[in-house]
Ligand binder design. Structure first.
Ligand SMILES: *Cc1c(COP(=O)(O)O)cnc(C)c1O
Length: 460
């Protein structure tokens, strides 16, 4: 399997090199050269299989690894989930289902991708006899997903920079309680922008970058998108695919999760509509409604993981909509740097063949949490509530709708409590989070100090 850049000027790479590179050298994102097909028979045969086996069959054609090795990595990736089904479906109403993607170690759907990517990186590094250093800045959630993915892996050190005193207690504890020696939670005396600036500066310090094998695992990594394709198959098959079509509504920020649905559709899964659900930060909804893709400031919401101004994975959808023309994408991205662009009429029509969209404001999000709780007993996190609200506007009698529930309500206890009146408890397996010992290193907001600390830790 070979991967091509959305900007058309970087060399094609195999799966492993595309994964290790993350961003292509021309600034583009990697996508499969040709999307492999699954026949109706292949899809029907997924019915009733364990999640791990579905994952193996769906992802195998994209990955260049021996079958037994890949199966073993998948087993390790999902073994720590708190639900035997990994991604269980629950019914919300007539023709409307919720896909619970929050049973992983950090209670959010990013675990599906991060847990697998941790195993894939470890296997690649061990085989090459090399080590890498994962670094990331976090305002809360991404850091804990990365730490959970890489903790205890012996070819990898993981350093997460977070602003001291400015993350929630649950978020901090998720980063500071893992006791493995390769996990390094650094509390920086600064804000989130300072942490991000430090990470960026490290990548631009080529001596440092090469000497520690610095690597990022951000949301544009192809391997992360790939891992998310699987649950579109497992859930659609549970509701009768390939013999009937289903639609999906996806709470969307960086467009990675919903683009995985598009890949599932291209592989042959009968998906009718893919509905983009946004909060007030609605650049994607506006783009699909009007054809204008213009940046605006970010407004903070109760669904913070979707508070974005630029949706990085949307570039992959544009590449498809422009007939895989890398030159056209380069032009659009240059215009985006200046504020925004207009999608061509032809490309807009292509996008609308696959995607619908809608948005929910803060009051609608809270009202949806309350109404679903009262009607079904299911407690939604604010992101999932944005999805449910938009899905309700796109229900069709003959096609089941599956809304992706992207985080556990206990990750956003304040917003949920103010909507329902009751505070969602952490799942049992995490109930002792507040009693576990914490371990973190406080460091000045100075690049030199952070780099010396990292060098020192890696050499131990
Ligand atoms: C990251 C995230 C999203 C948005 O996912 P994208 O792939 O960026 O579209 C939605 N909900 C939660 C809880 C998230 O953490």
């Amino acid at each position: 399997m070979h991967y091509v850049s959305t900007r058309g000027q970087a060399p094609d790479l195999g799966f492993e090199d595309a994964m290790l590179a993350g961003l292509a050298r021309d600034g583009g994102l990697y996508v499969p050269g040709v999307v492999p097909q699954m026949s109706a028979g292949d899809i029907a045969a997924l019915a009733g299989l364990p999640y791990e086996e579905v994952a193996f069959r769906v992802m195998r054609p994209f990955v260049d690894l021996p079958d037994e090795v890949f199966q073993d990595l998948i087993a390790k990736a999902y073994g720590g989930f708190g639900h035997a089904a990994r991604a269980p479906l629950v019914q919300l109403g007539s023709g409307h289902f919720l896909l619970e993607l929050f049973h992983g170690p950090t209670l959010a759907f990013k675990d599906f991708a991060m847990q697998l990517i941790g195993q894939l990186f470890q296997e690649a590094m061990a085989r090459k006899g090399e080590r890498i250093t994962i670094v990331g800045a976090t305002s809360g959630d991404t850091g804990s997903a990365a730490i959970e993915a890489f903790r205890g892996l012996d070819a990898v050190d993981v350093f997460i920079l977070f602003p001291h005193g400015r993350v929630s207690e649950v978020q901090r504890r998720q980063m500071t309680t893992p006791s493995e020696a390769n996990v390094h939670a650094l509390a920086v005396d600064g804000d989130f922008d300072d942490c991000q600036a430090a990470v960026k500066a490290m990548f631009n310090d080529f001596d440092f970058r090469d000497s520690v094998g610095l690597t990022a695992v951000n949301s544009i990594n192809w391997a992360r998108v790939l891992a998310q394709v699987v649950y579109y198959f497992s859930s659609a098959v549970a509701l009768g695919a390939p013999h009937r079509s289903v639609s999906f509504t996806v709470p969307t920020g960086n467009f990675g999760d919903i683009f995985a649905g598009y890949i599932a559709k291209k592989m042959g899964l009968p998906i009718d509509r893919l509905v983009v659900a946004t909060n007030r930060n609605d650049i994607l909804h506006r783009t699909l409604a009007t054809g204008r893709h213009m940046k605006e400031g970010v407004a903070p919401t109760i669904s913070p993981s979707m508070d974005i101004q630029v949706s990085s994975n949307f570039e992959r959808a544009l590449f498809e909509a422009y007939g895989r023309d890398g030159g056209a994408v380069r032009q659009l991205m240059a215009e985006l740097g200046e504020g925004g662009f207009d999608v061509s009429q032809g490309a807009l029509e292509t996008l609308r063949e696959h995607y619908d969209s809608g948005r929910a404001d803060e009051a609608e999000t809270a009202a949806t949490i309350r109404a679903i709780h009262a009607a079904t007993g299911e407690t939604l996190c604010p992101h999932s509530a944005v999805g449910v609200k938009v899905a309700q506007e796109h229900l069709h009698a003959d096609t089941p709708m599956i809304t992706l529930a992207t985080a556990h309500p206990a990750k956003f206890p304040d917003a949920v409590e103010s909507a329902t009146g009751s505070r969602p408890p952490l799942p049992n397996r995490m109930a002792d989070l507040y009693d576990r010992p914490e371990r973190m290193t406080r460091v000045a907001n100075a690049l030199g100090d952070i780099q010396s600390l990292m060098r020192e830790r890696i050499s131990q």
